[in-house]
Design a protein around this ligand. Structure first.
Ligand code: RP5
Length: 153
C-alpha cells in the first residue's frame, strides 16, 4: 500500500487472506515518496516466491501501474477512496493503464480491498485444489448468509 493511511481499508484484504489461509506480506511503499523501495519490492517479488501483488493507493495512484511495469506477476490494483470525487482520481489512475501493462483493477475502498483478496485467491486456486475448496466453502457461506426476506421491524 502507498501509505499507512491506507491500512484501515487494506486490513480487510489481510482478514480475508487469513480466513482463506493464504500467506502474504504487507509493505508500505509509495510510487512517489519511496520509489526505490517500490522498485526493489516489485523487481524481487517473483524470485522471493510471491505469486500475486495487490497494490493499494489513493489520489494520483501510480503504485499498481509501477508494480505491473516492473514484474511479470499479476497485479491487482485497489483504488483508495479520497476527497476528490470520492476517489475517482485513484480509480482512473489505477484502471486506465495503457496497452501492454495491465492492472486488474478492483472496486474502490473496502469492497475492492476484499475483492482483491478473493481475486488473488481465485488465481492461486488454479494450481491449488485445497485452496479452491476453501474458496468454494467461503462462497457457499456467503450465499447462505444472505436472507431471503428483510428482517421484521
Ligand atoms: C497515496 O497517497 C497513498 O496511497 C494514500 O492513499 C494517499 C495519501 O497518503 P497520506 O498523505 O495519507 O500518507 O500515495
Amino acid at each position: 500500500m502507498g501509505s499507512a493511511s491506507d491500512a484501515p481499508t487494506m486490513r480487510k484484504t489481510c482478514e480475508l487472506l487469513d480466513e482463506l489461509d493464504i500467506s502474504y506480506e504487507v509493505k508500505i511503499c509509495s510510487a512517489h515518496r519511496t520509489p526505490q523501495r517500490a522498485h526493489d519490492f516489485a523487481t524481487t517479488a517473483q524470485q522471493r516466491g510471491l505469486k500475486v501483488i495487490i497494490a493499494a493507493a489513493g489520489m494520483s495512484a501510480h503504485l499498481a501501474g509501477v508494480m505491473a511495469a516492473l514484474t511479470p506477476l499479476p497485479v491487482l490494483g485497489v483504488p483508495m477512496e479520497g476527497k476528490l470525487a470520492g476517489g475517482l482520481d485513484a480509480l482512473l489512475s489505477t484502471v486506465n493503464m495503457p496497452r501492454g501493462v495491465p492492472v486488474g483493477t478492483m472496486s474502490m475502498g473496502g469492497h475492492g480491498a476484499s475483492n482483491a483478496a478473493l481475486f488473488a485467491a481465485a488465481i492461486l486456486a488454479l494450481s491449488d485444489q485445497a485452496l479452491a475448496n476453501r474458496l468454494a466453502d467461503y462462497r457457499c457461506r456467503q450465499t447462505e448468509a444472505v436472507p431471503e426476506k428483510i428482517p421484521e421491524e
